[in-house]
Design a binder for this molecule. Structure first.
Ligand SMILES: Nc1ncnc2c1ncn2[C@@H]1O[C@H](COP(=O)(O)OP(=O)(O)OP(=O)(O)O)[C@@H](O)[C@H]1O
Length: 302
């Protein structure tokens, strides 16, 4: 897979936290947080509500100062931020093109290229408030990448997006990373398919519970304790990676006899495991979408 060439762990990290902690009203919100993001790397902070993901991200970005430990940021780091929520008065008319220009001066060519990259060029004159959840996410992503960031930060990027849209969004995030070579920090309170899209997972619960490749993290008892049965299900997805074969035309033949239309011709050459997971999930979502919503828990990992 491309990103294995694109990730540069030997280069100075874009951001790094070392034993960072922050205290408010006599209580440690997070403590002992250590992780870094290299250029070209996709890192996910995962943990339950209140685990300190946003706080850790703010420490990493220099928005909050640690009371102990260290937070370092590369000089002149440009950050593209995709927020969880936006404080916008939706009663006012606002089209996508204007929305893209609301914050800061960004070159028109860059905006056009970013909108093309996330597939929203055709929505330039659409009303922002009329966009679907998935369209709005892609507009937010375009707005963030138009700044040509070194680091893209996405806070709960799949809220309000259905399962098919979630898979598509993570595909897009990876493609943006491949094209731009930026680092990516994802923040997620739920498992989603975030695990499969990530180079490294940092599992938080006030401190770093466990960290490593998605597969390594999914196998730890700490992670299973935090996410319970669903963690085991997610792991099952990981271990479920040889239920199909790659056909010469790039399609996937599943054990249940279905062929996926989404196979990539290069699936076999690189990072086999991730592609397997991806195709497994994609097929599951296609089947689910045809039958009902495709977004329920059982549908995810069936
Ligand atoms: N400024 C603050 N003052 C006091 N407590 C705070 C402050 N900011 C956050 N907290 C507390 O710190 C803890 C971690 O919050 P944080 O928002 O980082 O968690 P999170 O993992 O991002 O949660 P969620 O998934 O719910 O967004 C919570 O208990 C929260 O109430």
């Amino acid at each position: 897979m491309k990103h294995e060439k694109l990730a540069h762990p030997d280069e100075a990290p874009l951001i790094s936290l070392s034993g960072a902690g922050i205290r408010r009203s006599g209580r440690w919100l997070v403590r002992g947080i250590t992780f870094s993001i290299a250029p070209g790397e996709i890192v996910t902070l995962i943990g339950p509500n209140g685990a300190g993901k946003s706080t850790s991200a703010k420490l990493a970005l220099g928005i909050l100062k640690p009371d102990e430990g260290e937070a370092r940021k590369r000089r002149n780091l440009t950050v593209g931020y995709v927020p969880q929520k936006l404080a916008i008065d939706w009663t006012l008319p606002l089209d996508v093109a204007r929305f893209m220009r609301l914050t800061g001066r960004v070159d028109s060519k860059r905006i056009e290229a970013a909108m093309a990259e996330t597939g929203v060029s055709h929505l330039a004159s659409a009303e922002v408030r009329s966009l679907s959840g998935g369209e709005f996410q892609r507009v937010l992503l375009a707005r963030a990448i138009a700044r040509n960031p070194d680091l893209l930060v996405l806070d709960e990027p799949v809220q309000g997006v259905d399962f098919g849209g979630e898979v598509a969004l993570y595909e897009m995030i990876r493609r943006v990373r491949d094209d731009m070579g930026c680092g990516v920090l994802l923040i997620s309170h739920d498992l989603h398919v975030v695990m499969a899209a990530t180079d490294r997972v940092v599992c938080l619960n006030g401190h770093v519970c466990c960290e490593g490749s998605p597969r390594a993290v999914a196998a730890t008892p700490e992670y299973r304790r935090l996410f319970g049965d669903r963690a085991a299900e997610a792991l099952a997805v990981y271990e479920h990676d040889h239920d199909h074969v790659h056909l010469p035309n790039g399609r996937i033949a599943l054990a249940n006899g279905l062929a996926s239309a989404h196979g990539h011709a290069d699936s076999c050459g690189h990072d086999h495991h991730h592609h397997h997971i991806h195709h497994h999930l994609e097929e599951t979502s296609r089947q689910g979408a045809g039958a009902s919503t495709g977004t329920d828990e059982t549908g995810r990992h069936s």
